[in-house]
Design a protein around this ligand. Sequence first.
Ligand code: ADP
Length: 367
Amino acid sequence: MTSSKSCKTLGAVTNEAKSMTEALILLDNNNYIRYCSDTAYDVLGLHPHEVVGQPIAEVLSSRLPYQTYQDLADSLLEMVANPTGCPQTIEVGCSLHQSRELMVTVLPMSPARDSVKTSVLIRDVTQERETERRRDTFIAMLSHELRDPITAIMGFTRMLLEKSSLTDNEREWLENVHICGRRLNAMTRDLLDVVSIRSDSMTVRLEPVNLQQILDEVLPVIEETYAGPRLLVDVPQNLPEVIADRNRLAQVLVNLLSNAVKYSPRGEEVRVCAYHEPRRERVVVAVDDQGSGISPEEMESIFAPFQRSHRLEKQGMNGVGLGLCIVKGLVELMGGELWLESELGTGSTFYFSLPTRQGHSPTQWLN
Ligand code: ADP
């Protein structure tokens, strides 16, 4: 259900709920159940006629097998009791006869309509998650298998390129093979990173890091890869060190800067700046471009794997759609946040934060 449905009448919403696979529960100002769709029986085993008119807290504690649904009940009650004014979504696991994963979304209705203040949507995502896990296992296996042949291609082309007897044409063809090998290598690395992030098996080695030093290593790589973009850096000299994994921070910056340059096809300026937020003991880094920009619809799923703008694909921009998903995973693993501001045709700014020494407990460092 989208937030636009909050403008519909209660009758229209409950009518639509009949064809939905999600369970829909509508709550009034006092968190009593005003409506419960029939699907609630399939998803939670709740009989709508038994729960309508009851307080949600009581229904969750007395009508559900509490041990099985404890996490769901606790999280749902927490979200309903402390509304943030924005939609909130969580996923919880529970096991009745077999383990299941449920996605719970709490949508505030502001202002309340037909005395409904909150809608709760509960979806069984067990099958989806299982399919994703199988896909990830397959991707990881394939990427591992591809590594050896790619390493061989890279090694042998490098050896051949060292021969002085090559004709100009032969050298050009071999260089093309070598470049393709490098791309394939990067792609398999990205695929493995995505799988590790999604399966929570990625680890980072955190230590105090000087951001300017990392930028000094990264900027020449970008300048060499993308013939002469205009890169401007604005990092204050007294910027505190951040707590990060040096290599992973470099990877985050390479990804964001490559995108900024790649999606600024007219060669516009790309800017990196950083500032300290003492109140939250964190450093914020902004990578800003004046390129193609991102539409609000694209923004909704931009951090999910394999998401690419069809608009840019049509313009022949190559890529796989893994970079931002990896950037988000890595930044969050290092204790930071990632967000963006963008306007179509005007440009984008990707921000990420990292904790400073004061904002981070040294016991969390892995070294
Ligand atoms: P890739 O660049 O390989 O497609 P990413 O995950 O890095 O993968 O980016 C996903 C999509 O987000 C891109 O395909 C593009 O549509 C959009 N995007 C990312 N960065 C920018 C940017 N700076 N400006 C415009 N669009 C961007």
